[in-house]
Ligand binder design. Structure first.
Ligand SMILES: [Zn+2]
Length: 316
């Protein structure tokens, strides 16, 4: 049996404790010895927690509110990762700072599943700028599938099947029933968002976002992403003065009322752009990380509802 995974500040003490009493309760069926499922992102962490309920410990590697494109694993986390019973990642290069550790865990025999593998993927849109260098580098699919709750439902079904196949303690009727209910809830959430967005007329279904994160949302709800502040699909690139200028003109020409910023990344460029254009708001969305309790984005369902309400308020 693998020992339970312990993360973050309490890791050293917890691991020492687990090692010291490792012979207790190791018999089959012992409730004290739950498997540990490690999940990279906060969004998938919430989904997986709902899928498995109390039957596994879910350890989420990314902190809430962190920029997933720009977060590094500690050496302790990387070592603990290799002790997981199963590992669930977003995939598509999304957790860029974790890729070596994910590969090492997989090589060590940790069953690993990429959520992106189960969804109907989209390419990054590249017709809105001449980012040829980025287009070459990003030859894979856009990894931000989680902005569409229907695709998260697809991913959840895939994760549930993976966990049932790889973690014997999770191959049970109650886990299957819980997972089915969670998939239903995600589909209901997708419908609910559609109703919230209903008042936005077709000609106002245009998005300018901080980086290219709402492609799947746009695909699901008939929006068009007319521009992004940061080119290249991630949050690390710097737009040129010419690119910002062109985007400012697009915002004016389309009459776009709001620039949607990422709650998990600095809004400084979006604000600078808004200042240049004049009559445009900067609206923060929980685009790719859960927020703290009380923020309106502390669960996946809450972040999706908060985003839908903010988008509807800005564009309807
Ligand atoms: Zn992103």
């Amino acid at each position: 049996l693998r020992r339970p995974l312990a993360l973050a500040l309490s890791a050293v003490l917890l691991v020492a404790g687990a090692a010291a009493c490792g012979s207790d309760g190791d018999q089959a069926g012992s409730g004290a010895d739950r498997p540990t499922v490690v999940v990279t992102t906060t969004i998938l962490g919430d989904v997986v927690q709902r899928l498995v309920g109390e039957r596994a410990d879910v350890a989420v590697l990314m902190p809430r509110g962190a920029d997933p494109h720009d977060v590094q694993l500690s050496a302790r986390q990387a070592a603990d990762l290799r002790e997981a019973d199963a590992l669930v990642v977003n995939g598509g290069g999304f957790e860029a700072g974790y890729l070596d550790a994910i590969e090492a865990a997989e090589a060590d025999g940790v069953p690993t599943h990429a959520a992106l593998d189960d969804v109907d993927t989209l390419a990054f849109a590249d017709e809105h700028g001449d980012h040829e260098a980025e287009a070459e580098a990003d030859e894979g699919a856009d990894p931000h599938f989680f902005t569409d709750p229907d695709r998260v439902a697809e991913a959840a079904e895939g994760i549930a099947a993976f966990l049932a196949a790889e973690v014997p303690a999770l191959a049970t009727g109650p886990v299957r029933a819980g997972a089915a209910a969670e998939v239903e809830a995600l589909r209901g959430l997708a419908e609910e968002v559609g109703r919230v967005l209903d008042p936005i007329p077709a000609e106002r279904r245009v998005l300018v976002t901080n980086h290219e994160v709402f492609g799947y949302f746009a695909d699901r709800y008939d929006f068009e992403v007319v521009g992004v502040v940061i080119p290249g699909g991630g949050t690390g690139a710097e737009p040129s003065a010419g690119e910002l200028d062109a985007l400012a003109r697009t915002i004016e020409a389309e009459g776009v009322p709001a620039i949607f910023a990422d709650a998990s990344a600095p809004p400084s460029l979006a604000r600078a752009l808004a200042d240049e254009v004049g009559d445009v708001d900067v609206v923060s969305l929980f685009s790719e990380s859960l927020g703290e309790p009380g923020s309106g984005g502390d669960t996946y369902a809450r972040m999706v509802r908060t985003n839908a309400a903010r988008i509807a308020a800005a564009l309807a």
